[in-house]
Design a protein around this ligand. Structure first.
Ligand code: SAH
Length: 213
């Protein structure tokens, strides 16, 4: 598990690319410049880590494209100590970005194999989310609500109602909505009953799956 000069060089290049694609938040760019994304992939795929591409991880899932991670994170406007719920831990890369921004992160993953693998990896790396939960993120995490923000990293056919209700007033929900292709959608909770909605372009994610039992 090494992070070399070469890796840092590739990350600097990646950050330049993300800036060229429109990412402006310096703290987000700095997180990407710092976090060793290659360690979130199996070592044989290391060379792919700093291309701006999604990549297969285990259990038919993918690590999100760096641009997508940066774009979603920027929309969250993370402040230190924010209490954030993440649906779809996956490789843990998005989680690591949120931790780097000093958020308190609660993250849920429904694939047991991935959940265990990422938990071990986090222990090794000393990444410390507040909670890692094995379960169905469709329901959110009512016992820890409300959250300053909620990020969904899988494509949701529709917006799960519990996620809306678990947001603080002033809080932000960033969620890709759609089946074949998703529209990145930002909800800002204006009051108990009012949400402002913005649609911010097309993306492609693996599906958010609901556990029916
Ligand atoms: N943030 C991750 C993205 C992984 S892809 C990364 O950058 O690596 C999306 C993840 O969402 C997958 O790991 C998938 O298993 C998980 N997922 C899908 N439906 C879910 C649900 N209902 N609850 C929790 N996790 C879910």
């Amino acid at each position: 598990m090494k992070d070399t000069h070469k890796h840092r060089g590739m990350r600097n290049k990646l950050v330049e690319l993300l800036e060229a694609k429109g990412i402006q938040d310096k703290k987000v760019l700095n997180a990407i410049r710092t976090i060793p994304r290659h360690l979130f992939l199996d070592s044989s795929f290391e060379d792919h880590a700093y291309q701006d591409k999604a990549f297969p991880i285990s259990a038919e899932q993918t690590i999100s494209q760096p641009y997508t991670v940066a774009f979603q994170t920027e929309l969250l406007q993370v402040k230190p100590n924010d209490k954030i719920l993440e649906i779809g831990t996956g490789s843990g890369y998005q989680t690591a970005v949120l931790l780097h921004l000093k958020a308190r992160v609660y993250t849920i993953e429904r694939q047991l194999e991935l959940f265990k693998k990422t938990r071990l990896f986090f222990n090794k790396m000393h990444y410390r989310p507040k909670k890692m939960i094995f379960g169905d993120g469709y329901k959110g995490l009512p016992e820890e609500a409300p959250f300053d923000s909620i990020i969904v990293t899988a494509g949701a056919p529709e917006v799960p109602k519990p996620l809306m209700s678990q947001l603080k007033v002033g809080g932000r929900l960033v969620i890709p909505v759609g089946t074949d292709e998703q529209v990145m959608t930002l909800f800002v909770r204006k009051s108990e009953k009012e949400f402002e909605k913005k649609e911010l372009g097309a993306f492609r994610f693996v599906p958010l799956l609901e556990d029916k039992n």
